[in-house]
Design a protein around this ligand. Sequence first.
Ligand code: AP5
Ligand code: MG
Ligand code: ZN
Length: 220
Amino acid sequence: MNVVLLGPPGAGKGTQAERLIEKYGLVQVATGDMFRAALSQRTPMGLEAKKYMDSGSLVPDEVVEGLVEERLAGDDVAGGFILDGFPRNAHQAEALDRILSESGRALDLVLNIVVDPEVLVKRLTGRRVCRDCGGNYHMVFGPPEVEGQCSCGGELYQRDDDNEETVRNRLEVYRDQTQPLIDFYRPSGKLVDIDGSRSPDEVFADVASAVDRAGSAGVA
Ligand code: AP5
Ligand code: MG
Ligand code: ZN
């Protein structure tokens, strides 16, 4: 099962990916997480990506596409992947088509998670992330049991791009460049709209039934 999670910043792509990994054993390929990991190791790519991430604009296509192509060649993704945060514009969507067709693969499902922009601003400015396991919390919608601490014991931090100004720019970039991908994927019949405004468990119930339906369609 090869899945794309499409949706604006804060829609809950990472939150739903975590649940998909647990239930279906899929491998998450999250470009934003890969850039943050590269940055924490101070690699040239991580330092380059930071310039774009801090303002909320997109890292250049050739950098992201090269990274994804390399990652999708890994043996561990042969059993299925969840792309979280890629593709983000038409050029990347075409690159993905090429990468998959060259390796005899295809997408099974594109989940379009829909949430109102003002809710997204609240979700992102209140988000806290675990430094150790990457777990996601929210100061109001899902606070940790111990303040500042993940259930794994790791320290919670706020992403540099989760301030209001950068969040608004990320939402604008989404509207201009990523939202048009809904029309790109709709005709394939593989796109399913998910109402992401409900609780994470309610959203996941719909996500899981879309995955199950796509899975049985593939077998038939
Ligand atoms: P990236 O890391 O992908 O960030 P993003 O797309 O802005 O999305 P987020 O991770 O912020 O949101 P999410 O949908 O995962 O939400 P989450 O589950 O965490 O990208 C960052 C940057 O990297 C980009 O700006 C760009 O510069 C660069 N980049 C990455 N990919 C790129 C690409 N392909 N091309 C070019 N550049 C690229 O949830 C958010 C919060 O809400 C959390 O606190 C969570 O607990 C809470 N929450 C989640 N679901 C619910 C719910 N149902 N109800 C209430 N609260 C909820
Ligand atoms: Mg995310
Ligand atoms: Zn943790």
